[in-house]
Ligand binder design. Sequence first.
Ligand code: GLN
Length: 446
Amino acid sequence: AIFERIEAVEPKISAYITLLKEEALESARAADAAFARGEDLGDLHGVPIAIKDNMCTTGIPTTCASKMLENFKPPYDATVVTKLRAAGAVIVGKTNLDEFAMGSSTENSAFKVTRNPWNTDYVPGGSSGGSAASVSAGAAFASLGSDTGGSIRQPASLCGLVGLKPTYGRVSRYGLVAFASSLDQIGPFTKDVKDCAIMMNAIAGYDVKDGTAVEEATPDYKAALIDDVKGLRIGLPKEFFGEGISQEVKDAVYAAAKVYETLGATVEEVSVPNAGYALPIYYIIASSECSSNLARFDGVRYGFRAEEFEDFNDLFTKTRTQGFGEEVKRRIMLGTYALSSGYYDAYYNKAMKVRTLLKEDFDRAFASVDVLLTPTSPTVAFKIGEKTDNPLEMYMSDICTVPINIAGVPAMSLPCGFSDGLPIGMQLIGRHFDEKTILRAAYAFE
Ligand code: GLN
């Protein structure tokens, strides 16, 4: 049934890079057999799930939507994939993204442009746009995305879904092709909050293969869904409602705050004074880390190799010139510049210092409230092609989401309204490792 649905909608939305019909049917049969044997099955047993194509899958292409990895088949599964398989999930395909997860619209893919299922003239958001569109169109029951600066939450917002970026360290990044290692985190896209809790139960937890995965006990996220927010303290950080946020988005989030008050929560204005620096800090740190992480794509070890070259330097230059798209090159050049001697202190080091200040802002805000409520994206979905010629305007899409990765705290986007037939999302931000309170607040609102 899911493949019938995929075949019906995929020509319109282009969510997938690779479909895995044979493998999926095989694991569905195995799930059926386990059911017939009367085995104790979990929540995800036999459930069709899509995976963003920057997470490794054994023997299955993992392209990062880049010419550089077009023919790359990893010899191992990412830990999240291993965990989903162990839970009995059926992996139906690998989804489209902005090349190496760099972008906010899924227009930077080397292969195809994904479209928003609510209106196919509009972008689904990015970089996990394929993962969002697949679930939104009913072409997967849930999916995984990665979020370095908003790539789960912003497409969730634009496609009317629930999307969670867990605390940095909560979910293993082993097998996720690195973009910016100190910011990257994997999380789920789902249609509702309960499904999000189910996905988190499957993927969260310590992993010896990821040096930054935290040895913190994983709670039962389903137990957080108590449908009660009495006494919960919600903060509205004023810096997230300023210039650049469209009026309909602000109105929808303020209306959600009113709903919380009627449910018995308290709402107060708070401040994250350094939030205005988040976008410049993010683009310095993310680009610096990407310039280092992507140095491995050199045409020697694996991936694309230019056909004709004279010597090693020529091989390296031609491979990277031909293998990477414009946006990836822009980030590599920015990052290389920010890290180079003479500029390191002025840019990278400075950004790291302001990063600490921003993290302290969040710590201070969480001393007086339990969760923060903000817009996710400054606007609803924009038209395909509208921002492709203006990278800075595209970067503005992340203004509300990047502060969260910089501080490492968890945050969820969930639907809170519509404007002109396009979904609006709101963002709930929690303390480090307190995804439970976010889930509780989201479940009560939904
Ligand atoms: N849109 C942001 C960027 O282009 C965030 C991407 C992400 O979270 N992977 O960097």
